[in-house]
Ligand binder design. Structure first.
Ligand code: CAA
Length: 282
């Protein structure tokens, strides 16, 4: 199927990144969130970031204007009726995602593909909440979406070959490299990443090193672009905790239990960059 119009549901940091990448690839992108104002604010944020790229001389004003004009904030999910693919990028909560998939299924035309950018939750479960389970697929983008090369592709038990092939082709057309993961909690990236971030929290709680020393050890010792705490702050500690819980519950294995320190930070509302405070202050 030729994918033209794209809908993105959830316009936070991941959703906005997906909107930007899709618009840059020439798609008309309908941006939906809890209100028109929220979607519009997300569009403004994208325009602001692109303006910086223009200032740096890395993009022309004309290219920026084209991308921005492809972005169309809408006031409700119902307005996604004629998109060819809707990509859900809401908060990592299973109940919410199931609810949103039911709504997308009602709103979107019957041929449309429904994709989720979930970082850990079962695609099979979300597919089962719709009347088109064979057309539901996982497209897991990495943060920051415009910069990161990878899209992890996940097929639910019900996903058909056409849907899977069409979405892999779409991710490639957007300049991304794809990998394929089976539909188990955390897929590939977060199965490995989240226990590492969680262990860093436990190491901090035990006083093995300071935030700075742990981050510097990993950054310089392993040549990673960021240490675990800088990365957790970028992802959002609430998201790290939510994924940790999906791994813990999904495998029913104590080795995935969330660190008490991570839980405490989330209780404090110290969620990372998005709240101005996490392991670092922004
Ligand atoms: N949106 C768009 N572009 C962004 C951006 C954002 N949020 N943040 C940075 N960039 C761009 C900058 O504009 C800059 O572009 P140019 O080179 O064209 O000027 C480029 O990225 C580099 O940015 P900076 O110079 O500001 O900073 P940096 O060199 O330190 O790079 C980084 C920042 C790209 C975030 C880098 O530190 C990095 O790659 N970190 C690791 C990120 C990572 O591991 N992401 C995966 C998270 S896990 C995940 O997403 C899965 C999950 O489900 C939890």
């Amino acid at each position: 199927m030729k994918i033209g119009k794209v809908g993105v549901l959830g316009t936070g940091q991941m959703g906005a990144g997906i909107c930007q990448v899709a618009a840059a690839a020439g798609h008309e992108v309908l941006m939906a969130d809890i209100s028109l104002e929220v979607a519009q604010k997300s569009k403004d944020g994208i325009a602001k970031r692109l303006a910086k790229t223009v200032e740096k001389g890395k993009m022309t004003q004309a290219d920026m204007d084209k991308i921005v004009s492809n972005l169309k904030p809408v006031s409700a999910i119902a307005e996604l009726r004629d998109v060819d693919i809707a990509i859900e990028a809401a908060t990592e909560q299973v109940g919410l995602k199931i609810e949103l998939f039911k709504k997308l299924d009602e709103a979107c035309k019957k041929e449309a593909i429904l994709a989720s950018n979930t970082s850990s939750i079962s695609i099979t479960l979300m597919a089962a909440a719709t009347k088109r389970p064979s057309k539901v697929v996982g497209m897991h983008f990495m943060n920051p979406v415009p910069v990161m090369q990878l899209v992890e592709m996940i097929r639910g038990l019900q996903t058909d070959d056409q849907t899977f092939d069409d979405t892999v082709a779409l991710a490639k057309a957007w300049g991304k490299t794809t990998t394929i993961a089976k539909d188990y909690p955390g897929f590939i990236v977060n199965r490995l990443l989240i226990p590492y971030l969680n262990e860093a929290c436990s190491a901090l709680m035990e006083g093995i090193g300071t935030v700075e020393d742990i981050d510097t050890s990993i950054k310089l010792g392993l040549n990673n672009p960021m240490g675990p705490f800088a990365l957790a702050d970028l992802i959002g500690l609430d998201t790290v905790l939510a994924i940790s819980r999906v791994l813990h519950d999904g495998f029913n294995d104590p080795k995935y239990r969330p660190s008490a320190l991570l839980v405490k930070y989330v209780e404090a509302g110290w969620l990372g960059r998005k709240t101005g405070r996490g392991f670092y202050t922004y």
